[in-house]
Design a protein around this ligand. Sequence first.
Ligand SMILES: Nc1ncnc2c1ncn2[C@@H]1O[C@H](COP(=O)(O)OP(=O)(O)OP(=O)(O)O)[C@@H](O)[C@H]1O
Length: 304
Amino acid sequence: MSAEHTATVSTPSDLETVAATPGAAKPNPILVADHVVRRFGGMTAVDVDHLEVQEGVITALIGPNGAGKTTFFNLLTGFDTPNTGQWSFQGRSLTGKGGAAVAKAGVVRTFQLTKALGRLTVLQNMLLASPTNPGEKLGLSWLPFVWKKHEAEATEKAMEILSRFKLDAKASDYAGSLSGGQRKLLEMARALMTDPTMIMLDEPMAGVNPALVQSLLGHVQALRDEGMTVLFVEHDMHAVRHISDWVVVMAEGHIVAEGPPSTVMKDQAVVDAYLGAHHDTDLGDDSLLDPEVLARLEAEEENR
Ligand SMILES: Nc1ncnc2c1ncn2[C@@H]1O[C@H](COP(=O)(O)OP(=O)(O)OP(=O)(O)O)[C@@H](O)[C@H]1O
């Protein structure tokens, strides 16, 4: 984290004064995007005029299928190139930077666990996500004591993160043998190997057993409470309503609404376009976030 950002600690209440309008200015924006356009042939997948993501809060990016959410994520994280547009993180331009440079700047995204990664163990997955061996920069990584020290440190860090997500007992299991919920936890755990300032989660609740959704939500909130900025794409509206501090709605490539979940999810245009009949149900039973209940749910999930 840069010096200028350690000085300011944002909390969700800082958003109370922000206007619920597309492109609204935030008190402490960590990511700012302007005029980001991505076309595929004649089709415009993303056309975001202006977006500010507030530091230290959980922002959900929602919208119907094909709205451009994943494409926008890919652009911001250097995995795709826009036709036009600029964006910056902590005041520094990230425009045109590739995935590795974006990660180095402190922005990391989760990826779905692919088949190939499923054939590696949980610990190997974690070590693959570890930042480059510092010895490589100096051309010293071939020296056994340099790489052994790095490997030992990375393993220790990986095991610490795995234990936070209660996956340490699975360290030597093949990642492919994990349940849907455990895979999502591993995706999050992998992302934390780089000590990010901001984490971007692509559908963290997809394919997760409802019992474990509560646990995942708790983990995401814990990251925010530790000061991390979270931006996540999600279709599960209960999850969005329950943990988001701010919601941004995309449709046909544009940002069509943004605001606190209570406001955005009542917006008739958003409800009609997207949320359907169950928009007013909040899954948010905080008693389920009780650590003992969570431990039981996680144990059940593990034994499945
Ligand atoms: N590589 C590509 N080539 C051509 N068209 C693409 C490509 N990637 C995305 N698109 C199109 O761009 C539009 C936006 O897709 P995108 O996946 O970003 O939407 P999304 O909001 O993430 O949807 P979903 O919620 O279904 O994941 C869609 O019409 C999609 O078909």
